[in-house]
Design a protein around this ligand. Structure first.
Ligand code: PLP
Length: 219
């Protein structure tokens, strides 16, 4: 079955990777299904998409257990901010968490992964634009925080994530994230959304988080 929005974005990902001289398989498309319900999500799963992103634990808990029952090979990524009192639910529900950004969250996730014997792929979110209202570790504190994740909390971090300021050219933010990842020996970069995923892929994104370009405008 074909889903037009998904097809368009998959083609766009392949084109951007090829333009950057990269293998398209090196870029994972995360279909961001926040605010959309089962009837809108199912056609995207039936078209073959298996990696999805949600930004709220409660919303994901309401709609994904049933979908995961029907399609057990679906992978679910948390891309929104995490409160420490939701860490247990997040570790249970999600296969990856992109928003590790402070010691308390790192400690809670580590505790829950041990308690539930449930591994999660982890990304540290970096606030590349140093926006006060935005989650993420300050770029200047990223190296120390990454070391603490490993040494104090025993966490294996796979990569970094950022959300550039809405009104700026995203490329310097993608470049900064890639540089912090490189000097910390991290290979994965979660960056790029509907409007800028091609630029993110040019800067080395391994995971692009695309919602509206697949599902349509959010209500
Ligand atoms: C909503 C969201 C996206 C997807 O945004 P679109 O512009 O709809 O592609 C990506 N990343 C995060 C963190 C989001 O909250």
């Amino acid at each position: 079955m074909v889903h037009e929005g998904l097809k368009k974005v998959l083609n766009g990902v392949v084109a951007a990777a090829q333009a950057a001289g990269r293998a398209p398989e090196g870029v994972t498309l995360i279909a961001v299904s926040k605010t959309f319900d089962g009837p809108e999500i199912v056609p995207v799963i039936e078209a073959g998409q298996r990696v999805f992103g949600e930004n709220r634990v409660q919303e994901a808990k309401a709609k994904w257990p049933a979908l995961k029952m029907a399609w057990p090979d679906v992978e679910l990524h948390l891309i929104g901010p995490l409160q420490s009192n939701k860490a247990a639910e997040a570790v249970q529900l999600f296969d990856a968490i992109h928003t590790v950004d402070r010691p308390k969250i790192a400690a809670e996730i580590a505790k829950e992964m041990r308690r539930q014997a449930k591994p999660c792929k982890l990304f540290v979110q970096v606030n590349t634009g140093r926006e006060p209202q935005k989650a993420g570790i300050d770029p200047d504190q990223a190296d120390a925080f990454l070391a603490a994740c490993k040494e104090a909390h025993g966490l294996e971090i796979s990569g970094l994530m950022c959300i550039p300021p809405a009104d700026e050219d995203p490329t310097p933010h993608f470049t900064l994230l890639a540089e912090i990842a490189r000097r910390n020996g991290l290979s994965q970069l979660s960056m790029g959304m509907s409007g800028d995923y091609a630029k993110a892929i040019a800067c080395g994104a391994t995971h692009v988080r695309v919602g509206s370009a697949i599902f349509g405008t959010r209500g």
